[in-house]
Write a protein that binds this ligand. Structure first.
Ligand code: NAP
Length: 258
């Protein structure tokens, strides 16, 4: 074990130079990284400085203007957005890209104006009462082992029935790639979904906002939950920006890059 005081570190803050979140996300060409077997997959989370993904049951209190700009900027750059049913329910998901300017920018970049929303359930308990399902412009695909009652649902919903044994995130991503031409996928959590995606080796990048706040404890999960990985996952830092004490970090998971 080395205690070498000569270990080199680099100052990032207060560094010089700056940009806008729109410039950052606008420079991403995620769809170009599509794999033949599944979409290029990026995950986005905000965490407190004590590592939690929720405060008082929701992520909103941890977020800030920079995080929100990143969140919406990432939605602008992908073919589909995926979130767990618990996240969709708690955060009351609505139309994924509400701003017409963002939809125009998507179209100009060769994407559909509205990204596809991907939903997966084992229980069949899909939150069809959230605004997303009430929006006639939204396209949603639900992977489920059960029959779904979609009577009177205004959104355009596809149901993909899968046997319980086949109902994995790996299958879902394969089907999104093969049947829905999804080249880049944004996963917005929650922790159950992110943990499962890591165990199934489906994640290419993590966009993490580190919020300069402490929750102090409680039962809120970290950004991952479920079983530990057999080995620590190594990340490569791709960018680091700061605003009002919040850090906006972008990491690659080199293990999953072919
Ligand atoms: N800090 C952040 O950035 C952030 C981001 C997202 C969410 N959150 C917070 O996280 C909490 C929700 O996260 P969560 O971990 O409880 O739940 P979650 O990951 O949002 O959703 C879990 C649900 O997804 C479905 N699911 C997951 N894996 C599946 C699989 N392999 N096959 C079939 N279905 C699968 C299951 O639905 P069924 O039960 O329908 O079978 C499961 O109950 C909320 O409090 C939310 O605010 C925070």
């Amino acid at each position: 074990v080395s205690h070498d005081p000569g270990v080199q570190v680099r100052e990032l803050f207060p560094g010089s130079g700056g940009t806008t979140v729109g410039e950052l996300t606008g420079s991403l060409n995620l769809v170009a990284n599509a794999r033949p077997d599944r979409p290029y997959t990026v995950v986005n989370f905000v965490a407190s400085a004590d590592g939690r993904a929720v405060f008082h049951g929701r992520s909103g209190g941890l977020s800030d203007a920079g995080d929100r700009a990143m969140f919406h900027g990432l939605r602008e750059r992908v073919d589909a957005v995926f979130a767990g049913t618990a996240t969709m329910r708690t955060e009351r998901y609505g139309r994924l890209v509400r701003d017409p300017e963002r939809r125009s920018r998507r179209a100009a970049a060769g994407l559909a104006p509205d990204p596809l929303a991907a939903v997966i359930t084992r229980s069949g308990d899909v939150p069809t009462d959230i605004p997303l399902f009430a929006d006639p412009d939204s396209r949603i695909v639900v992977f489920t082992p059960t029959e779904l009652d979609l009577d009177g649902i205004p959104a355009q919903v596809d149901v993909v029935r899968l046997d319980r044994g086949e109902l994995t995130l790996t299958t879902m991503l394969r089907r999104l790639r093969a049947d829905y031409d999804v080249r880049a996928l944004l996963c917005e959590g929650g922790p159950t979904v992110f943990g499962t995606m890591l165990r199934e080796r489906l994640v290419d990048e993590l966009f993490l906002t580190l919020s300069p706040r402490l929750t102090g404890g409680g039962m809120g999960p970290a950004i991952t939950s479920g079983a530990e990985l057999p080995e620590l996952e190594e990340l490569e830092l791709e960018w680091a920006y700061e605003r009002d004490g919040a850090l906006y970090l972008r990491y690659a998971l080199p293990v999953n890059v072919r």
